[in-house]
Design a protein around this ligand. Sequence first.
Ligand SMILES: [Zn+2]
Length: 319
Amino acid sequence: MTTQPSRRSFLRHACMAAGASLLLPSLRGWAETIHGPRITFAEFTTAAANEKIRTVQLRDGIHLLYGVGGNVVCHTGKDGKMLIDCQFSAGAAHLKAALNSIDAQPLRLLINTHWHLDHTNANPDMHKAGARILAHVNCRKRLATPQRIDFYNLNVPALPIAGLPTEVFTTAKTVEFNGEKHSLQHTPRAHTDTDLFVHFPNHNIIHTGDLWFNGYYPLIDVGTGGTIHGMIAGVNRCIALADSQTKIVPGHGELGTLDELKQYNHMLSTVAARVEKLKHQGKTLSEILATRPTAEFDVVYGKGAMKGEAIVYFAYQTV
Ligand SMILES: [Zn+2]
């Protein structure tokens, strides 16, 4: 692998290895190539081991922690610390140091937004540090068995038993912790088939999980149940709970606003509609790509490593 800034930036901000899409074949080649390049655990491990956590306070007692992997939220208070996602085991020491720098409250609860390793790989470390782990029932199933992310040709081993969620739910769950009734909402077949988002109604915060990549085209992990219409439906549910003052934490990218989330949803909905119409007319993926269904969005969402061709591909597979 290279150590170019763009690749490190990807590892920091994008799901899995969006930087790998820098290596995507040309448009014509892409249409004929189902999989992206192979990504290895070693790349993530090296990046996570060398990365420092950046902590931003969202509200009193609630912090957003940026690092290598998905965005982490910590809610600290009288009941201890609750975490949403935990990134990579190789970065666990950095994450624990960042949590200790907030205050001395013990870690008690970890919520997984979905199964992907850049959100759950440190589950065993966080459990050892004192957290019980809560997730959607499908998340536990996938974490307990070997998985694969087709787009990145990445095989992911099962987590050790100590890293598996011990509390699961199917549709929705309310978790009372530190005086907040955190609402966990499952969004079926969205980024994966294991997703949840977390709503803090009293603090007016939403952690979307990987329903939202702020400023980037998202990964939709079709191989583990993701669909573009499920993504759109999930995002719409977040939008319905938000107002102009809501602090919306994406799975990847910077803290966002309702307006930004609406713009992202407009992009997803427009691309899905275009691809669906052409596919139902009998067009092939190559023919659809040639119409450039993402043309006006590329300047905003294609500036990262994930390009427009990828979202067209995900849409084509699932409409
Ligand atoms: Zn993900």
